[in-house]
Write a protein that binds this ligand. Structure first.
Ligand code: 5GP
Length: 192
C-alpha cells in the first residue's frame, strides 16, 4: 500500500457499546478530516441500510474471491457465515483524498490493523458500562432477533478481554462525555 501521512483511527467494541454513535459524531467534525472506511460484508442488509454507504454488501462467494485475490487489509468471520473485511482499495481511496481513515470494526480486526500499521494507528476500545446495559441497548434498538442478541452479548464477554491491547479504553457511560473524550484523543493523535 502507498506511503502516506494519513492516519488510521480504529474504533472497536462490542455492539451496543455506542461506538457507532461516537464514530458518526467524529465524522461530523469536518476539521478532523476523517473519512469512514466502508467495510465489505456477506451478511444480509438490515432495516434502512444502503449498499455502498453502510457496507458493500457482497455474496459469500465474492467475499471468498476477494480473500484469494488479497484485496483485504483484514477480514474476519465475525458471526457464523457472516464475513466482514476492510478493503485495501477503500483505505487507499480515502488517503488519496487527503483524509484520515476511521474504522468501526470488530475487536480482532481492529487489533490486526494496529499490528500492521503500529505508528499510524490509534486504536480505541469503546467499553459499555456493563454487559447488562449493553444488552438493554441492543433490545431497545429493536433491530436484532432474541437469538442474535444472546449471540452478541456472548461475543461481547469475550471481547472485553481484549480491551487492554488497545491504545485507549473509552468507557461509554455518559455519551456526551465519551464523545468529547474521543474527539480530544483523535485530535491530538492526528496532529502528531
Ligand atoms: P453489524 O452486523 O452489527 O453491522 O456488525 C457486526 C460486527 O462486525 C461489528 O462489531 C462491526 O464492528 C464488525 N465489522 C464491521 N466491519 C468490519 C470489518 O471490516 N472487519 C471486521 N473485522 N469487523 C467488522
Amino acid at each position: 500500500m502507498s506511503k502516506t501521512k494519513g492516519k488510521l483511527i480504529v474504533f472497536s467494541a462490542p455492539s451496543g457499546s455506542g461506538k457507532t454513535t461516537i464514530v458518526r459524531h467524529l465524522l461530523a467534525q469536518k476539521e478532523l478530516q476523517l473519512g469512514f472506511s466502508i467495510s465489505a460484508t456477506s451478511r444480509a442488509k438490515r432495516g434502512n441500510e444502503v449498499d455502498g454507504i453502510d457496507y458493500f454488501f457482497i455474496t459469500l462467494e465474492t467475499f471468498k474471491d476477494y480473500i484469494k485475490q488479497d484485496q483485504f487489509i483484514e477480514w474476519e468471520e465475525v458471526y457464523q457465515n457472516n464475513f466482514y473485511g476492510t478493503l485495501k482499495s477503500e483505505v487507499e481511496k480515502l488517503w488519496l483524498a487527503g483524509k484520515h481513515v476511521i474504522f468501526d470494526i470488530d475487536v480482532i480486526g481492529g487489533l490486526r490493523i494496529k499490528r500492521k500499521f503500529p505508528e499510524q494507528t490509534l486504536a480505541i476500545f469503546v467499553q459499555p458500562p456493563s454487559l447488562k446495559v449493553m444488552e438493554a441497548r441492543l433490545r431497545n434498538r429493536k433491530t436484532d432477533a432474541e437469538e442474535k442478541i444472546i449471540e452478541r452479548v456472548a461475543k461481547a464477554e469475550r471481547e472485553l478481554e481484549f480491551a487492554q491491547d488497545f491504545d485507549y479504553v473509552l468507557v461509554n457511560d455518559e455519551l456526551e462525555i465519551a464523545k468529547k473524550e474521543a474527539y480530544n484523543r483523535v485530535k491530538d493523535f492526528i496532529k502528531k
